[in-house]
Design a protein. Structure first.
Length: 297
């Protein structure tokens, strides 16, 4: 069976809420390739290291998801009126699909109804215990600062930009409550979902990091920054292992703001057939990958 999305999903709120949902045209290297090109591998040139002062400091530790530092993040005002969503990650925020994370939604008094955390491949947790943590928030028009201290799982401090997205983003708390997006949220076509998956799958199979990141919605400047991050080659290698070969698409569905497709094939180290789920969110006029659910062995 395919594991539930919430057990493995990494929602790219960092990309969606931090201005990544522009109207730029899809880059040519993110479009589906002609038959026969998918097997070609691209040799990546060296790029200079990318580093900057961390706006987030913290650490999460839990027996099922492991332990990791938190170094970056964003905040955005929820259109639902729930408050300020604070999403923090274990790597520079340009790589949400490769990073572990924690998230809360803080109201005007700095309180959150949930505490979520997870990793790209080791699952996630959502704590709804009302006394499981303490938190504080100070927000103005352009910045959010504060802290969260969980009595069991760790803590983090943040001082990050505050965004006001034009689209209705669903937080982990929203998904936990099964909140539906606003009625004005557009619905992608099933063909668009398949096309987005095929473009990404083909770039992954070629081991082409630049094309993969472009297919995930990043512009050229963001791609250059991500490729300069320490340890990105190992992270990218782990990410590519989550795509099956040949990864034949099937059973697409689409609803307001999102879509999903099943990819069928084998893993790199065996011949057994698997079915993985690939989830996409509508980001401006593009669909970007926000989660992968992998079939249990």
């Amino acid at each position: 069976m395919i594991r539930d999305r919430q057990a493995v999903v990494i929602v790219s709120l960092a990309l969606l809420a931090a201005g990544g949902c522009g109207d730029r045209d899809a880059a040519s290297d993110a479009s589906p390739k002609a038959k026969g090109e998918g097997a070609k591998k691209v040799v990546e040139e060296k790029v200079p290291p990318y580093a900057y002062a961390a706006p987030v400091k913290g650490h999460i530790k839990e027996v099922n998801i492991g332990d990791f530092d938190l170094v970056d993040g964003i905040a955005y005002v929820a259109q639902s009126g729930a408050g300020t969503v604070v999403y923090v990650a274990s790597r520079p925020i340009a790589s949400p699909m490769l990073a572990s994370y924690a998230e809360v939604t803080l109201d005007a008094k700095g309180r959150s109804r949930y505490f979520a955390a997870g990793t790209p491949s080791n699952g996630s947790l959502t704590d709804l215990s009302p006394r499981g943590w303490t938190s504080a928030l100070k927000a103005d028009a352009g910045k959010a600062a504060g802290n969260v201290v969980h009595r069991n799982y760790g803590r983090f401090e943040f001082d990050v930009p505050l965004s006001h997205p034009s689209v209705d983003e669903l937080s982990y708390g929203d998904r936990q409550k099964e909140r539906k997006p606003a009625a004005t949220t557009p619905k992608p076509t099933e063909k668009a979902v398949i096309d987005a998956y095929v473009a990404l799958r083909d770039a992954v199979h070629r081991k082409d990091m630049k094309a993969t990141l472009s297919a995930m919605g990043f512009d050229a400047k963001q791609v250059a920054a991500i490729r300069g991050m320490d340890g990105i080659d190992a992270d990218f290698a782990g990410f590519t292992h989550r795509f099956l070969a040949p990864g034949t698409p099937s059973e697409p569905w689409a609803r307001a703001g999102e879509g999903q497709v099943i990819g069928e094939g084998t893993r790199a180290n065996g011949s057994k057939k698997y079915r993985n789920g690939y989830y996409f969110d509508l980001c401006g006029d593009r669909l970007v990958l926000t989660g992968i659910s992998e079939q249990d062995p």
